[in-house]
Design a protein around this ligand. Structure first.
Ligand SMILES: Cc1cc2nc3c(=O)[nH]c(=O)nc-3n(C[C@H](O)[C@H](O)[C@H](O)COP(=O)(O)OP(=O)(O)OC[C@H]3O[C@@H](n4cnc5c(N)ncnc54)[C@H](O)[C@@H]3O)c2cc1C
Length: 598
């Protein structure tokens, strides 16, 4: 930072902090720094409820686990922190890569097998353009279990009311699903009201639109039909063993609107809490750059991923696993936003008025069709990368073509072409702080016309400081005050940056960041600044589990009676639903077979 910039900052800092605090008053709690206790406690002396199997989290892992266990004869209690079931899974696109020889693959003439699936998901030779490998660090035991149970899990979903779009498996929406054959199936939304809008989809597209609503609502019906007791707004806060650090797992404590309840698990506890990306301190163990301003987590504000399952398990001795998969530069662990001007800006999730959580989301955001229409600047009003640059990529069927399993030639076929947009956005402003700070999309009235945006509520979030408008660039920079903007944006910086960018448009060349032929000047008032900070999406590292989804301790010993699956489990580099549903299926089966407490 130059001397002049430092002076600029000093002058306005007091006033800036005062106004920023006022703007932040309406920002939802978001991923505030949570404290997690990692000390084990004595088990309760009294139990308020009891079941054979207690499942934590009614998402992609928890609901299948609960149904499987209940149908196998266990009495199951499923606790869910939120007011409704679904977790991130219900917000999802419903693209589900279950393969290994499903009936849908067979019908389409696709030859797949558990062995091929296993080979694909452990292939060391696949790399991304950044040079990072998708599958190299996958735990073979965990992948073998997935490969063997993948097709049975698909058939189980169909038998439990999930309707899939009637077409051949494809490659749409898949991330790190193996290179050999198409495996992606799509759960049809049917006429379930969508949590994103509060309405059902248009009847003409209900059977052809892929959505997590069409996955989770049928499973909710199946769970209730089977007799699973679902306790909403019951958040697990502790897990207990017979003695604080030894013996089998015997139950949990939940918090329900301030009241504590102890629930005994006679056979097992299954963790399906969905990962850790919403817990700032936890996620920073993997990547110190991921500070508080990354508050637009995908899936929120429907449900959080606050690491509560991981922390409660670590307190009783559980170990983490496969940590590289969280930081490798592939997939969708951190994404470029697709929406701007709102807090929850993940590209594939738009909250609309009518959604039951719209009061928490507060705005729908402006979808960016062409990144030529904006420039992206950091807290200091400086550009940092080609705005058309993208996030990391991932491996999917036929990504490497021709593909020879395990061949050194696969890597040679991938052109080394780093996607460093995310890294540049997270780089920071060289002031000794971690995190890249807010990223702002700056645009003008002409961009609004080209994009056909309506830059006002409920599309943009003005009250909480995720969107600003002004008649001059200088005024716009001065107005940018909100919770995460920890230094004022020097107006001079933004003015100079725009003048420079406009000169690149005249010259047809961006000499600073190589944006391909910058197209549009930013010159016509009013001017706008919209929140465009990257979004944290996936957790790909978590608790150590074995093939049965049993949680293990630091010595590699099973913690008797404790199971985990989905984003709270480690050892499996793959985005999303397939591994969560499959591991829920595996955990449910094995939990029932436990001998349990005597
Ligand atoms: C917008 C979006 C789109 C996506 N699209 C796809 C897609 O098309 N295909 C795909 O494969 N994947 C997709 N995913 C990813 C996929 O939804 C998740 O990977 C998957 O749902 C993870 O399953 P899970 O069981 O681990 O967690 P979740 O499904 O999130 O379920 C976890 C549940 O646990 C609850 N919980 C957490 N802590 C506690 C506690 N202490 N006590 C009680 N309950 C608790 C949560 O509230 C939540 O309901 C998408 C995700 C998002 C956000």
């Amino acid at each position: 930072m130059s001397h002049e910039e430092k002076e600029n900052n000093k002058i306005s800092r007091r006033q800036f902090l005062k106004r920023a605090a006022a703007a932040s008053a309406t920002v939802a709690a978001g991923p505030l720094i949570q404290q997690g206790s990692v000390s084990a406690k004595e088990k309760p002396t009294q139990w308020d409820k009891e079941a054979d199997v207690v499942v934590i989290g009614a998402g992609a892992t928890g609901l299948p686990a609960a149904i499987v266990a209940q149908e196998a004869g266990a009495k199951v209690i499923l606790v869910e922190a939120e007011f409704d079931i679904g977790g991130h899974a219900i917000t999802s696109g419903g693209n589900i890569p279950l393969g290994g020889g499903t009936s849908a693959q067979k019908k389409a003439g696709i030859n797949d097998s558990p062995d091929l699936l296993f080979q694909d998901l452990t292939d060391w030779s696949i790399v991304q353009p950044n040079g990072f490998p998708d599958y190299r660090y996958n735990d073979r035991e965990i992948i073998r279990a997935f490969a063997d149970n993948s097709a049975p899990t698909f058939e189980w979903l169909v038998a439990h009311g999930v309707v899939f779009v009637d077409k051949a498996p494809d490659t749409l929406g898949g991330i790190s699903v193996g290179n050999s054959v198409p495996r992606e199936m799509h759960s049809a939304v049917m006429n379930w009201p969508m949590i994103q809008t509060g309405k059902s989809a248009d009847p003409t597209v209900q059977a052809t639109t892929s959505s997590g609503n069409g996955l989770m609502r049928p499973l909710e019906v199946a769970a209730k039909k089977a007799g699973v007791q679902i306790l909403l707004e019951h958040k697990m806060t502790s897990i207990y063993r017979q003695t604080p650090n030894s013996g089998r797992v015997v139950g949990i404590t939940v918090d329900s609107k301030g009241a504590k309840l102890n629930i005994r698990a006679k056979k097992a506890v299954i963790i399906g809490t969905g990962g850790s990306t919403g817990n700032v301190n936890f996620r920073r163990m993997f990547d110190p750059r991921l500070t508080e301003e990354y508050c637009g987590l995908s899936g929120m504000p429907w449900s959080d991923q606050d690491a509560s399952g991981e922390i409660a398990s670590m307190a009783i001795g559980a170990c983490l696993w496969g940590l590289y998969n969280q930081t490798g530069e592939f997939g969708a662990n951190i994404t470029k936003p697709g929406l701007i001007g709102c807090q929850y800006n993940y590209r594939n999730l738009r909250w609309m008025p009518g959604s039951p959580v719209f009061h928490l989301a507060r705005a729908s955001g402006l979808r960016v069709a062409d990144w030529q229409d904006v420039i992206l600047v950091n807290m200091l009003g400086k550009r940092f990368y080609d705005e058309t640059g993208d996030q990391f990529t991932a491996n999917n069927a036929r990504y490497v073509d021709p593909y020879v399993p395990g061949s050194y030639l696969n890597a040679e076929k991938i052109e080394y072409k780093p996607n460093n947009f995310i890294n540049a956005a997270l780089a920071g402003i060289a002031d000794g702080y971690n995190g890249g700070g807010p990223i702002w999309a700056i645009f003008d009235a002409d961009a609004v016309t080209r994009e056909r945006w309506s830059p006002r509520p409920p599309n943009v979030d003005i009250d909480a400081g995720f969107f600003f408008t002004a008649d001059t660039i200088s005024e716009l920079a001065t107005k940018i005050m909100m919770k995460y903007q920890r230094v004022p944006m020097p107006p001079k910086n933004l003015e100079e940056m725009l003048a420079r960018y406009n000169s690149f448009v005249d010259a047809g060349k961006d000499v600073d960041f190589g944006k391909p032929t910058p197209k549009y000047k930013i010159a016509k008032p009013p001017f706008y600044a919209a929140w465009a900070t990257p979004v944290i999406h996936d957790t790909r590292a978590g608790l150590r589990i074995n093939a049965k989804c049993q949680v293990q301790d630091m010595n590699g010993q099973v913690i008797p009676g404790l199971y985990c699956g989905g984003e709270s489990a480690g050892g499996f580099s793959q985005h999303g639903l397939a591994r969560a549903i499959c591991q829920g299926y595996i955990a449910g089966k094995n939990a029932v077979a436990e001998k349990g407490a005597v």
